[in-house]
Design a protein around this ligand. Structure first.
Ligand code: TXA
Ligand code: MG
Length: 317
């Protein structure tokens, strides 16, 4: 059930159940971090392996030291600069944070979401909420309440309505190694924006199945239909000419293709707009009974990097 009732959502969370939770990035599956029952339900309905930890969402910066300890100065600077917002910090965990949340890691992932409905809900609670993206493990993240409802109609008592997510792509995850800053997952805040504040950052991008930040799993964010990522649209269209193709392009509509099966993410060439519409476009194309989705590679800077990261993972089989 999709609902605007924030009070009811808070009651459900206090009763240790799980809800669909709007944030500015993507929708989450939210539960009380201290409730084993709620957190187990999140893992179960998402079909997420227990070794893959969850992000903790807090309502205000003052609560940070209830979930993390030994917070580096640079982390505080980043938090003050970007919170509420789409930046997740990996910090040393507070002993009170259940191991189930951090999957036994020494670190906890934490952020303050920048969404009025999410913040108003968090302010009605005296605990933080754990929220992974509200999609079954490995599939496309949800950016509307309808996406969440379609995935989890039978399992969730309520999906809190926060309309369409503004950023539409997950938070950027950063951690700290000595003096340096490491980006573990590219996201809604670009590498360039982070470096403008923190100086040079390194990108952690090890392609393996048990990576340090499991958000870096190579196959992820995948539609059901195969996705082919290309630098050369014309050549790829030719190569798959015997197939029913769906096209996902940045700004330029292809006149030679059926526009019914074609999504232009930003006619004005805005990477931010393209990022915000990416998942909704993949959901839409996935519902069209296509043989293949051909996606154009984006310019490799700013949010184009994040979009390419997601398209690459979506293209892995
Ligand atoms: O934008 C977002 O971050 C959304 C919204 C709902 O906040 N959440 C989200 O959660 O994307 P999820 O679980 O789909 O992705 C979080 C990633 C996972 O890959 C997880 O493995 C990693 O963060 N992560 C969480 N806690 C961690 C920890 N303690 N150490 C390392 N990686 C962690
Ligand atoms: Mg996810």
């Amino acid at each position: 059930m999709i609902s605007n009732d924030i009070g009811l959502a808070a009651e459900i969370l206090k009763n240790e159940d799980v809800i669909g939770f709007p944030t500015e990035t993507v929708y989450g599956l939210a539960g009380n971090i201290y409730s084993t029952k709620a957190v187990h339900k999140i893992f179960r309905i998402k079909q997420r392996p227990l070794h893959n930890p969850l992000i903790v969402h807090i309502k205000q910066i003052e609560d940070l030291d209830t979930v993390a300890i030994e917070i580096p100065e640079l982390a505080k600077i980043m938090a003050h600069k970007f919170w509420p917002g789409s930046l997740t910090l990996l910090l040393k965990k507070h002993p009170d944070v259940p191991e189930l949340i951090t999957a036994g890691h020494e670190t906890v992932a934490v952020r303050i979401p920048n969404h009025p409905v999410a913040l108003s809900l968090l302010h009605q609670l005296d605990f933080p909420v754990a929220a992974p993206s509200a999609n079954p493990f490995g599939s496309i993240s949800p950016t509307t309440p309808e996406h969440v409802d379609a995935y989890f109609k039978d399992e969730l008592p309520l999906v809190l309505n926060g309309e369409t997510c503004k950023a539409g792509i997950e938070s950027t995850i950063i951690g700290f190694k000595g003096e340096s800053l490491v980006i573990y997952r590219l996201g809604a805040i670009s590498k360039e924006e982070i470096e403008n504040v923190a100086g040079p950052a390194t990108l952690y991008n090890k392609e393996e199945n048990t990576p340090e930040a499991p958000g870096m799993l190579s196959k992820h964010y995948a539609p059901k239909v195969a996705l082919h990522l290309t630098d050369n649209l014309s050549e790829s269209i030719r190569k798959f000419s015997d197939k029913k193709i769906g096209l996902l392009v940045f700004r330029q509509h292809r006149e030679d293709q059926n526009s019914k099966y074609q999504i232009v993410l930003s006619p004005t060439g805005s990477l931010k707009e393209a990022a915000s519409k990416l998942y909704a476009a993949l959901h839409e194309l996935d519902a069209m009974a296509l043989d293949i989705i051909i996606a154009e590679r984006f310019p490799d800077h700013d949010l184009g990097k994040t979009i390419n990261d997601r398209l690459e993972r979506a293209s892995k089989r």
